[in-house]
Ligand binder design. Structure first.
Ligand code: HPA
Length: 269
């Protein structure tokens, strides 16, 4: 595993000597932040030997190196989801590669379904904790001590100081921005009414199909993580609303600008 990660990082470094400080992984319908990056180098996933290729609509498939608000970043336009059939090892591979490219902080975005009754479609939620309901864990298997410990602590999965800064940024702009708990499921089905109720009952505020594996991989390596979610639909009420991927993408696109502003200002700080 470690050999593969190092080989991929080595390959990328040959393509570009750019040394990013911050890694960004963009979620469904949220690739637009990339337009704000002054691109220094862009590499298609398909041109990186050993890199998985993204298959889902609404996701680009590029690793983008450049300057965002004066800060050196590497952004993944399009992530790998477990529901696409990738192994967990592949889902988290890019996070590990980014760490070997030198990033000091990881920023994640996603679209999710709100189960907190105070949430509205289009709201933002900063993650301050999560519940892994994926039925698996990306660190299952032989542990590589060079990456991190066998039993990583998960007491602070999302960096407290980044959360505080982001909350202030959102408040300054007058954005509705909650702080809450993200439950991760595998998908690809959206939840049944009973499942949304269960997710709410166990203490989550929203539910989605990503982010947690990447967070775990990052925390394993000691990387601080900031993650933000756009609430694209609401579950948990007794009147079920039809949820489609198209609707999720539409709402994500509409709310994206707010998220972009928060991330841009946060990395500057
Ligand atoms: N459930 C799971 N994943 C999601 C949802 C949802 O309601 N909305 C966007 N991603």
């Amino acid at each position: 595993m470690l050999e593969k990660i190092k080989a991929i990082a080595e390959h990328i470094r040959k393509e570009s000597s750019f040394n990013p400080e911050i890694g960004i992984i963009l979620g469904s319908g949220l690739g637009g932040l990339v337009n704000e990056i002054e691109v220094v180098k862009s590499i298609n996933y398909s041109d990186i030997p050993g890199f998985p290729v993204s298959t889902v609509k609404g996701h680009g498939s590029k690793l983008i190196f450049g300057m965002l608000n004066g800060v050196k970043v590497v952004a993944m336009q399009g992530r790998f989801h477990y529901y696409e059939g990738y192994s967990m090892e592949d889902v988290i591979l890019p996070v590990r590669v980014m760490k070997f490219l030198g990033i000091k902080t990881l920023i994640l975005s996603n679209a999710s379904g709100g189960v907190n009754p105070n949430y509205k479609v289009g709201d933002l939620m900063i993650l301050d904790d999560h519940i892994n309901l994926m039925g698996t864990n990306p660190l299952i298997g032989k542990n590589d001590d060079e990456l991190g410990p066998r039993f990583p602590d998960m007491g602070e999965p999302y960096d407290k100081s980044l959360i505080e800064k982001a909350k202030k940024i959102a408040a300054t702009h007058g954005f509705v921005c909650h702080t809450g708990v993200y439950a991760a499921v595998t998908g690809p089905t959206f939840e049944t009414r009973a499942e949304y109720k269960y997710i709410k009952y166990i203490g989550a505020d929203c539910v989605g199909m990503s982010t947690v594996p990447e967070n775990i991989a990052a925390r394993h390596m000691g990387l601080p993580v900031f993650a933000i979610s756009i609430i694209t639909d609401l579950g948990g009420s007794d009147i079920p609303e039809l949820i489609t991927h198209e609707e999720v993408l539409k709402v994500a696109n509409a709310a994206e600008q707010k998220m972009t502003i928060i991330i841009k200002e946060l990395i500057k700080q």
